[in-house]
Each structure stands twice: as C-alpha cells, then as structure tokens.
Design a protein around this ligand. Structure first.
Ligand SMILES: Cc1ncc(COP(=O)(O)O)c(C=O)c1O
Length: 460
C-alpha cells in the first residue's frame, strides 16, 4: 500500500462524508479515487471506472484537461488572490464576466460571482428580497420552488430543495418557501391525461397556489430546466411555455438554476435555450469551470441591476459578497473552460454523441425492471420499478437500485441512484460513442445482475 493509500484509508475515520450513509461508509469504507484520465478515474488499487456522472454532474471536460491545470498555474504565478470588494477586481474576473454575458441567453447584463451552486441560489433569494424592498413591496417575499428540486444545501438553498434528505432534522425549510408540483409526467400524469394536458394542469396548479397565497406575496419562482438530483426529470415540452406567462402576469421573478444544465449539457449552451426560457436571474456553477475549481455565478438582467444601482444610491454599499467572490484562480480556469467549449464546439459534440446515449437509455424502456427511460442532450435516467404495469417501486429497504449501482461500479462504471430509484447518467461532454457503448455495456451487466438478484430473492 502506498503512502497516499494509507493516508486515504485513514481518512475514512476522520472524514465526515457529505451526502452519504454514514453507517454504510463506516462499514464498507469509501471508494478512494487517486487520479483521472479522460472520462475515467482510478481508485487506490488501480481499478479504472468510466465516470458516468462527471463526478457530481460537473467534470464536463473529463479528468485530465491540461489546459485547465495550466491556466490555474499561470494565474497562481500572476495573481494568486485578489478580491472584488470596495471597487477593486482581479483583471481575469472581468474578462470572465464579459465572456459569460457574451454567451448568455439574451437579456443578461451583469455577473455576481460566488463559490458554489448553493451560494448562487442563496444570493438569488437575497436579490429577490432586496429588490422587492427597493421597489417598496416588503410583502412580496415568498419563493416558489418545486417538489424534487435540488438547489443546494445552505440554509436557504436547502429550503428550496424539495427532497426530504436535505431538510429532515435540519429544521428546514425556513419560512416563506413554497413547493409546487414537479413536472414528472411518468409519476404525476393521471390515467388518460396527455403530457400536454399534464403540463397545463401543473401550470393551473401553480397559478392557484399564487392566488391562494396572494400574488403580492410571491417574489420568485426557481426552476432547474431539467431537474438533476431529483431524478433527472425532463419536463413536458410545453411545461415552461405554460408557466412563464403566469410568472409574468403576477410580476414574479424567474430564477433558472442552470447549475447542471449550463454549458452544453442539454444540447444547447444553456438549458434556457433548450426550453425557451426568459429568466431574470440564471445561476451557474459546476461546468462553469468544468468542475476543476469551485466557482459559481448569478447572471442578472440590466433591469434588475438598475434597481440595485438605485438602492446603492440610497443605502451606500451593495452589502453582499464573499472573500472569494471572483477569485482569480477559478476565474482563470473558468475562462479557459469557456474557450475550450467554444474551440471544440462542445454544443455540436453533445448533439452528435447525445443520441447514442439517449437511444441506449431508451432502449431499456421495455425491460421488466425499468418503468421509465428518459433524457435530453447528454443527461438521462432510468426509473427502476418492481412492477411496470402498476409503476410500483421496490421496498426501499430491499436496496435494489443501490445494488444496481454497486454492480455497475464492479463492472467499471460510476453511476448514481437518485431518489425514487432513478439511475442517472451524466457523463463528461467529451465522451466518445465508443465510451458511451462501454458505459452502457457496464450498465447492462449491472441490470442483468440485478434482474437475477431480484428473481432469486423473490422480490418480483
Ligand atoms: C441544480 C443544482 N443547483 C444547485 C446545486 C448546488 O451546488 P453546490 O453543491 O455547488 O452548492 C446543485 C448541486 O448538485 C445542483 O445540481
């Protein structure tokens, strides 16, 4: 065992693992990853895994892009730290802001940087509150999120998140956060209801919620274009077309959380383009730096900025920001990532290889263990069920989807089991068709193993 390995194993007892079953990791130990190469990562015993989740939906350029490492090194030598408080700013961060606005969906005019997706969503809530105070609307403060949404885990972002694990026993959600239905047709559609009718019903339910609460009390609506951690929920085609006029009608800010969808994932540079969204604020993180450095951003319209400007005249400073907002090293890495996306035409690459992944995923739609198979661009999921006819899930205690993911890992691919027994696929955007075939080959073996296991144990 190498020294690194020894240190990493010891870490098992000192590292409090986030988003992990603490008992299970104590028993089985963590999977200790030591290096990466292209779409693969290696553990401390030399086993290779195709990273079918881009880590945490973020390593869009894989795990060995030297240009990103060199950009960080160059920036460390040039200016390793500077801040953006009190009218100062690192030069590289202004370049990044300019580039982001140039590629952003129409209407975005300013960029506010932070370090994580959770922080960006927190900031978006603060902005919505601040703006309504500035506009003399102190009652217009409630935020509507959606069940199964994932917007992060800081106190406010975890309150937006519509998943029990992020809230149970944390005394969350905080006040003034509401959750409306999730646009998951497979689970939420009523017998005989078309996808279009389902989308229309959800929009009506949203409007009813707004009217019940009072439109003058609702500040903002948060949505991921495609829900990620809630199980890769691809909305019906007309869902956002129905929702957006309602938001406009009641003067409710639309915050598009593009933390996963941003930078090519859905087959356009932004999910907002895939679903024809006109958000007031966009939150970005993850693929902004291809996951190589922690950085996030809020993009906002000039109309919102003008309100902040006027408020600054009144209050003095705009009193928000972190020591590491617009940190030059992650900014340099992000700028290089954006250059790579452009030079390699990452959007076309996704459009080219995406169908290979989605066809393979959808090819499992008739498998006895798969209730639903869906995706867009280079993100997808299959929903594991006990009974396809009734859509009945397995007893969570049986751990069937978790077993499938463990088997996939043994066959050489990292996938993730999301809530509701949804197995997610979100490989690096640089993946080739051959690598997609390999990923889906590992999945097939894992599914075969799982089918054999459930039959043997009499679970079906
Ligand atoms: C859509 C979305 N928003 C926000 C977040 C939170 O980002 P972070 O973990 O960087 O705080 C995530 C993380 O997975 C996410 O998927």
């Amino acid at each position: 065992m190498s020294l690194t390995t020894v240190a990493a194993r010891r870490d098992q007892s000192f590292h409090l693992h986030p988003s992990t079953n603490l008992r299970a990791v104590l028993k089985d130990g963590p999977l200790v990853i030591t290096r990466g190469d292209g779409v693969y990562v290696y553990d401390d015993e030399g086993n290779r895994y195709l990273e079918g989740m881009s880590g945490l939906w973020c390593a869009s350029l894989g795990f060995s892009e030297r240009r990103l490492a060199e950009a960080a090194y160059r920036q460390m030598l040039e200016l390793p730290f500077y801040h953006s408080f009190a009218g100062k700013v690192p030069a590289i961060s202004t370049e990044l802001a300019e580039r982001l606005i140039a590629i952003a969906p129409a209407g975005m005019g300013k960029v506010l940087f932070a370090n994580s997706g959770s922080e960006a969503n927190d900031a978006a809530i603060k902005l919505a509150w601040y703006i309504n105070n500035a506009l003399g609307r102190p009652e217009k403060k409630k935020i509507i999120s959606r069940k199964r949404a994932y917007h992060g885990v800081t106190i406010a972002a975890a309150s937006l998140t519509g998943l029990a694990f992020a809230q149970d026993d944390f005394d969350l959600p905080i006040a003034r956060i509401l959750h409306t239905e999730t646009p998951h047709y497979y689970r939420g559609g009523r017998p005989g209801e078309s996808e279009e009718a389902f989308a229309a019903r959800l929009a009506t339910e949203l409007e009813q919620l707004i009217l019940r609460e009072g439109p003058d009390t609702i500040a903002a609506f948060f949505a991921e274009p495609v829900m990620g951690a809630g199980g890769v929920i691809v909305p019906p085609a007309t869902y956002f077309d129905r929702v957006q006029p309602i938001l406009r009608k009641y003067d409710i800010l639309f915050v598009a959380d593009e933390v996963i969808c941003g930078f090519g994932r859905t087959g356009n540079m932004f999910g907002s383009q895939t679903y024809n969204l006109r958000p007031d604020i966009i939150t970005l993180a993850k693929a902004l730096s291809a996951g190589y450095q922690p950085i996030s951003a809020n993009l906002l319209t000039n109309a919102l900025y003008d309100i902040l400007l006027a408020q600054s005249d009144k209050l003095g400073i705009f009193g928000h920001g972190y020591t590491y907002s617009a940190h030059p090293v992650p900014a340099a890495v992000a700028l290089e990532a954006l250059k790579i996306y452009e030079e390699r035409d990452i959007v076309s690459q996704v459009r080219q290889v995406g169908p290979r992944l989605l066809d393979a995923i959808k090819g499992y739609a008739d498998h006895p263990l798969i209730g639903d198979a869906r995706g867009v661009g280079l993100i997808g999921a299959v929903e594991v069920v006990r009974d396809r006819a009734t859509k009945q899930s397995f007893d969570p205690k049986a751990g069937v989807a978790a077993y499938l993911v463990r088997r996939a890992q043994q066959h050489g691919a990292i996938l993730r089991n999301m809530p509701g027994d949804n197995i997610a696929f979100c490989p690096p955007l640089i993946i080739t068709e051959t690598e997609i075939d390999e990923l889906m080959g590992c999945f097939k073996q894992a599914l075969d193993d799982t089918w054999a296991m459930v039959k043997e144990k009499g679970l079906v």
